[in-house]
Design a protein around this ligand. Sequence first.
Ligand SMILES: [Zn+2]
Length: 100
Amino acid sequence: MPTDGLLLQSLTCGSCGVLFAVPARMLEQRTALGGVVACPNGHWCEARVTSPLQLRLDVQQALLAEVERRLTAALLDNAKLRQAVIDRLVGPRTAPDPAP
Ligand SMILES: [Zn+2]
């Protein structure tokens, strides 16, 4: 039987998506008390024992959210760049972006 601190349980922060681990016994005690744990970035997370499948789903959802955030930022940057090119070639505010 492992001693305290050797058996870790991984968690994913619901705020920043970071994957981190805490001692399994501590997590079980916090879960039983309805408590919280802090992620390495200082966000308070609900303490709950999570299955490995749920952990993988949590990680994939966090990755998907990050990809969506980066895609939205890239699309916005691309629209600004297109409008800057149109403004330079045609003149400022003389032609709308053909691909809004
Ligand atoms: Zn966090």
